[in-house]
Structures are given as C-alpha cells and as structure tokens.
Design a protein around this ligand. Structure first.
Ligand code: AMP
Ligand code: ZN
Length: 161
C-alpha cells in the first residue's frame, strides 16, 4: 500500500468529506479500510448510491497516487455487485466528476456507484447530442498526441505514471 504521507489540508479550507472521515458528522458507512471509506450518498440518484472515497484529502484524479487510485477501484469493484443486490438494481453508472468544470461539487476525490433502474430519470447523455463529430484525421491526430505523451517520461507522473 502507498507510503504514508502527512494528511493534506484541503486547499479551499473546509471539507465535508474530511469531517465525515474523522467522525465529525453523521455518515452511513458500508466499507472501510486504512486507505478508503465508502458511504451512502446523502442525496442519492437511487437508493444504494455509494461514494468510494480516499481517507486522505486529494482533490482531483491527477492528485491521486497510483496505488491509492488502484485501491479505490478495487474497493469499487468489490462493492458493485453487493450494492446492486442490496439496491435491487441490475445496472450501474460508475461516475467520477474530476474538477469543477466536470461537475465536481465536493472537492475531495470520490467515485460514485449509482444503481440504475429503468425510467429512473437520471441520464449520462452519451453520445453527447451536441457533439461536433470530428473526422478520422482529427481522431487519429488526438490519439497520436496522447500516445506520444505516454511514451515521454517527462509527462508521466501521479496517476499517469
Ligand atoms: P460531486 O458533485 O461529484 O462532487 O458529488 C458530491 C456528492 O456528495 C453529491 O452526490 C452529494 O449528494 C454528496 N454529499 C454531499 N454531502 C454529503 C454528506 N454529508 N454525506 C453524504 N454524501 C454527501
Ligand atoms: Zn477532504
């Protein structure tokens, strides 16, 4: 597991999830270990909406050390079938809003496990109806750019490493 580091302070002051993690608020925990905690979302899309959260305060995906990220996804994978059964759902959205422009409201990284039901009214509208469809040259260009960064050791750090 990842090397212990000093707990980080949230850059923007107060953090509701840090409060919950240190026991300073009501929370319904369904899983915890030394690195991760999972609890029920207070304003669920559907019953059984769970958040998987690192105990340490990291804001967005690129702040997460690789081993912590891998552990969080291991915890999510373990929870998913149990959450589905408990919620009586057959389908699931796994959502990460990383950054304010991506809709993140609580700036302590978390993975949403959202049990889904037919006609529940929730939607992740993909493919995006407003998409400007790129041509193959544009898609290939972007793929090549990403691929070349993966091969460049200077751009490899954190989760990307
Ligand atoms: P996001 O917009 O991805 O940052 O999602 C934040 C989620 O945290 C929302 O779904 C909220 O309902 C949930 N949330 C906020 N405060 C609490 C709390 N005290 N306990 C549990 N879930 C919370
Ligand atoms: Zn926090």
């Amino acid at each position: 597991m990842h090397a212990p580091t000093a707990p980080r302070a949230p850059s923007s002051g107060h953090c509701i999830f840090c409060d919950l993690i240190r026991g300073a608020g009501e929370v319904s925990i369904c899983y915890e270990d030394s690195v991760a905690i999972a609890f029920l979302d207070i304003q669920p899309v559907n019953p059984g909406h769970v958040l998987v959260v690192p105990r340490e305060h990291y804001e967005v995906l690129q702040d997460i050390p690789k081993d912590v990220g891998a552990h969080l996804y291991m915890v999510a994978a373990k929870l998913i079938p149990r959450v589905q059964t408990a919620a009586g759902a057959t389908d699931m959205n796994i959502v990460v809003n990383s950054g304010a422009a991506a809709g993140q409201n609580v700036m302590h990284y978390h993975i949403h496990l959202i049990p889904r039901r037919e006609g529940d009214g929730f939607d992740v509208p993909l493919p995006f109806p407003g998409s400007q469809m790129p041509n193959r040259q544009q898609l290939d260009g972007m793929a090549a750019r990403i691929g070349s960064m993966l091969r460049d050791p200077l751009t490899n750090s954190g989760m990307q490493g």
